[in-house]
Design a protein around this ligand. Structure first.
Ligand code: PLP
Length: 451
């Protein structure tokens, strides 16, 4: 059916500018209008069924029709649809969710600040670090270390931390002092003949060299996704995070784990930091926090950070930061219920078990002529397509083949994501063995049809 004859599609083309979309192409092509969801599936306006193999935007843990979340939202809407937490106000859902997050996150993360998006949360992290260092009498300690291909959002500060060209180009970013270190992805960024262990050592030496060159007294924080997700699903080399943690401790740099995608079982462990065995000072959470049924994110941080900030609010008179929707009661009520479901149904355990099946299933495509690397952990995976397997030569232009595969995915009834020429999978945590086998089979058909 020609989408342009459809009135919803026409209205969309006539009125909207879409995020992460080529607007001129969209005017010709029109949208895929999704109208309902059930389990791991979504349905378009014509009733066609798709496996949502990216869980929306790497985010729907419990599936697309969880009645308990609907009920939690409904009850909270009736009791108190909105209130805020400015100026000493509070309400039960945000208090309860903060308690739950302190309980679930690793030891030492004892304080919570809520925002509505991951980008706002990372902006909050930047501002907290600056505020803290001013309070501690070290106003020059303001720079951030991040990584090429890292993704931390798109607002002015979070977009500056992000290390992807599309998020900087023509937006005049970075706009805050940030140094992007080498992407910790051995397949693409390792030198010819360099072992993974040597690669790790090179990255750690580079990080320390930058810290010493800039001066540790100027570096406020190191931010990273434990497993880099939106930039192309890139697990770090062994030993990387332990090494980064040691550098941060040595030079008194805040270690910030951006767990917006990694958090709540995605990698088959509770959190990415737990998976890779390090302890951050600050953790950023969102997406699976509410299964994205409501917009919500959280910055969870140590008592040490809290104390420095709290002392300063005492001196200044207030913490001049916060959003109208910080800790929104409906969003936090939904988040609490969502986390209860994740625990009661052992969805993190399911992610471990189904994740192993997914990774094993996809590894059969390592021999496919188009596939350069199959990678991932738990229920997140990437297949990087290359023009030449031996030399790892990328397609020219990068992204064309990935886009073709993404569109074939729609025809095959599976929504995936193309990041350049890497095809990303990140299905809901509720997947069954049968679902995994179907996802792997459809992936094989997509690869076979892509050229
Ligand atoms: N941080 C990470 C690791 C993300 O993956 C994302 C979004 O994908 C963000 C931050 C930004 O979150 P939001 O899109 O809610 O602003």
């Amino acid at each position: 059916m020609n989408k342009l004859s459809n009135s919803l599609a026409q209205a969309d083309i006539a009125t909207s500018l879409h995020p992460y979309t080529n607007a001129r192409r969209h005017e010709e092509k029109g949208p895929l209008v999704i109208s309902r969801g059930k389990g791991i599936h979504v349905y378009d306006e014509h009733g066609k069924e798709y496996i949502e193999a990216l869980a929306g935007l790497w985010s729907v843990a419990v599936g697309f029709d969880e009645p308990r979340l609907v009920e939690a939202a409904h009850k909270q809407m009736q009791a108190l649809p909105y209130y805020h937490s400015f100026a000493h106000k509070a309400h039960e859902p945000s208090i309860r969710l903060a308690e739950k997050l302190v309980e679930m996150t690793p030891q030492g993360l004892d304080r919570v600040f809520f925002t509505s998006s991951g980008s706002e949360a990372n902006d909050t992290v930047v501002k907290m670090a600056w505020y803290m260092n001013n309070a501690l009498g070290r106003p020059e300690k303001k720079k951030f270390l991040a990584r090429i291909k890292g993704y931390h959002g798109i607002t002015v500060a979070s977009g500056s931390l992000t290390g992807l060209p599309y998020n900087h180009m023509d937006f005049d970013l970075p706009a805050i002092p940030v140094h992007h270190l080498t992407c910790p992805h051995h397949y693409r960024f390792g030198h010819e003949g360099e072992s993974e262990a040597e690669f790790t050592q090179r990255l750690l030496a580079e990080a320390e060299e930058v810290i010493l060159r800039e001066g540790p007294e100027t570096i406020a924080g190191f931010i990273g996704e434990p497993l880099m997700a939106a930039g192309g699903v890139m697990p770090p080399p062994a030993g990387y995070w332990k090494g980064i943690e040691a550098l941060c401790r040595k030079h008194d740099i805040l270690l910030i784990a951006d767990e917006v995608i990694n958090g709540f079982g995605r990698l088959g462990s509770s959190f990415g930091a737990v998976h890779y065995g390090f302890t951050p000072d600050i953790m950023v959470l969102s997406k699976q926090l509410t299964s994205s049924y409501m917009p919500l994110a959280a910055v969870v941080f140590s008592e040490k950070v809290y104390d420095a900030i709290a002392d300063n609010t005492g001196r200044i008179g207030t913490f001049g930061h916060g959003f109208t929707a910080s800790g929104h009661p409906v969003a936090t009520a939904v988040g609490l219920e969502n986390l209860k479901i994740i625990e009661e149904r052992d969805l993190m355990g399911n992610a471990t078990r189904m994740g192993a099946r997914l990774q094993e299933g996809l590894r059969q495509y390592a021999d496919h002529p188009l596939v350069g690397e199959v990678r991932g952990a738990g229920l997140i995976a990437g297949l990087e397509l290359v023009a030449d397997k031996t030399s790892k030569r990328a397609f020219d232009p990068v992204g064309k083949v990935g886009l073709a595969a993404f569109e074939i995915g729609h025809e095959e009834g599976m929504i995936i994501r193309n990041v350049g020429d890497t095809l990303a999978l990140c299905p809901p945590l509720i997947v069954t063995e049968g679902d995994i086998d179907e996802i792997v089979a459809r992936m094989g058909r997509i690869l076979d049809r892509t050229q």
